[in-house]
Design a protein around this ligand. Structure first.
Ligand SMILES: [Zn+2]
Length: 315
């Protein structure tokens, strides 16, 4: 279904351009200013593919006179090189740091290009669990086949130069970069970047903007705790790991949190009274959320996963 939709979207896009899908250009990182001295490139809403070169996640960068700090490295080395060219278009300052919000393929496969450019990579220490896992090795092997030639035999996993395990502040060019561990939630190694002078929060995959999130197998209880950590910052702008920038930071954080809280309340009650899922789902009042994008695609499965999670928790 998702694949069909994606193909349809590509075909519709190509038709709008008056070209065939085969002739459609691969999407490329294009830096857009989202706050003072702050830029992001926005990945496409799709699964990673050869055609999109795994450009399915965002990266952000903040420019100071002393250097540039990049958050997340994109999903292939070629994309990262294009991101570096975008940075060069804006400033001659060196890229000094790359901070990773988490060790997922679409955020890290570009790392080697930043290493080549002399940047220092910083991540939460629990990223080492992923680095050293069979999952990471198998994922990379599969990606070389699925995402080639953007990801190929020369693409490698890159360890951080510095692993941190508590709140750490970097200072550069008059700005503070507060690296705040926020996991385990989306992953054990979740890290967000807060720049107080800009009221800017770069939040990785903990925040979804104005839409229903895919909860998947995530522990929503921990996710709620992470969102409360983020709400403690007085953010005006949030750059998420996927999708557009948010200029209504607080409202977006609260929406995701309230949705997760509501899922846990309603499905938790149902699981405790051993009501069958179908019945509980049908009688739950979804009116606050049902107009949001992706409600149709995500809500039922989110509710079901939460029901199972709460059932497990009750045992
Ligand atoms: Zn992601």
């Amino acid at each position: 279904m998702l694949m069909f939709k994606t193909l349809w979207a590509i075909a519709a896009f190509a038709a709008a351009l008056g070209t065939s899908p085969a002739a459609a250009q691969a999407p490329a990182p294009k830096a857009v200013k989202v706050a003072p001295d702050t830029y992001m490139v926005q990945g496409v809403s799709a699964l990673g593919s050869s055609a999109n070169r795994n450009f399915i996640s965002n990266a952000a960068f903040v420019v100071t006179p002393e250097g540039v700090l990049v958050v997340d490295a994109l999903g292939s080395p070629v994309l990262a090189r294009e991101l570096l060219a975008e940075i060069r278009r804006i400033t001659p300052a060196p890229v000094r740091y790359v901070v990773l919000t988490h060790y997922h393929a679409d955020h890290i496969y570009g790392l080697q290009a930043f290493k080549d450019a002399g940047a220092s990579v910083i991540a939460h220490k629990d990223g080492q669990i992923y680095m050293n896992s069979d999952t990471a090795a198998l994922r990379l092997q599969a990606s070389r086949e699925e995402l080639g030639p953007a990801v190929d035999a020369s693409t490698r996993l890159v360890a951080a130069d510095r692993w941190i395990d508590s709140r750490t502040t970097l200072q550069m060019g008059g700005l503070d970069f507060v690296l705040q561990p926020a996991g385990p939630a989306h992953t054990p190694e979740d890290l967000v970047v807060w720049v107080p002078q800009l009221k800017l929060l770069i939040a990785g995959d903990l925040v979804f903007r104005g839409r229903i999130p895919f909860v998947g197998q995530a522990d929503s209880g921990r996710w709620i705790t992470a969102l409360d950590t983020l709400l403690a910052f007085d953010a005006a702008v949030i750059v998420p790991g996927h999708g557009p920038v948010s200029q209504s930071a607080r409202a977006d954080l609260e929406l995701t949190r309230d949705y997760l809280v509501y899922l846990r309340q309603t499905m938790g009650e149902a699981a405790r009274s051993m009501d069958p899922f179908e019945e509980a789902y049908a009688r739950t009042d979804w009116s606050r959320f049902e107009k949001l994008p992706l409600f149709g695609a995500a809500n039922r499965i989110n509710a079901y996963n939460t029901y199972l999670l709460m059932e497990q928790a009750g045992k």
